[in-house]
Design a protein around this ligand. Sequence first.
Ligand code: TYD
Length: 203
Amino acid sequence: MSGRFITFEGIDGAGKSTHIEALARRLRERGAEVVCTREPGGTELAERLRELVLQRPMDALTEALLVFAARRDHVEQVIRPALARGATLLCDRFTDATFAYQGGGRGFDAAVLAQLEGWVHGELQPDLTLWLDLPAETAAQRRAEARAADRFEREDLAFFERVRNGYAQRMAAAPQRFARIDSSLDKHAVWAQIEAELERRSW
Ligand code: TYD
């Protein structure tokens, strides 16, 4: 038995949290066991690595190694067991974020990231990746109203446009796994696109 693995991606300020909650509610209403988790994080060890990655200055390779170390623990402790018992797993970011942020944003070598990806989770890939896409400028306006910025959120618009481009490249390489959601619209219109995508797949 294998459950569904659904990931949410997008630049900071795309509105992932709201829609993860809404999707969890929808799936639970239909009787599924739903596990909501996030990256970096999702285990005690990975949450400690998250604090370091979000707050301490470090170079791009260190950043990549730490997010993959956190991911390895998360995959082994939480993701594989949940999928093995047939649960639907909703994950706030996964490896596409590493290609987008460390690869696109920081300009780190994607070939090295691909190697790490192979070591850390081999053949395991999400069944569906909902990419909440919007211009960097719109996302920055939303963030300014919402919260105190971490190390990534303090980056400039050009950084976030590179991250966005990183997501576009990942989507081009695996178009059947991705659904691009126009996240510049209001909350209800974004949710309608997500629901339509699930209905299209009869989920
Ligand atoms: P985010 O998911 O936006 O959480 P919150 O909504 O609580 O702010 O924050 C995680 C940050 O970590 C985000 O800025 C992107 C970054 N990140 C990477 O740089 N690489 C990765 O592989 C992952 C998973 C996240």
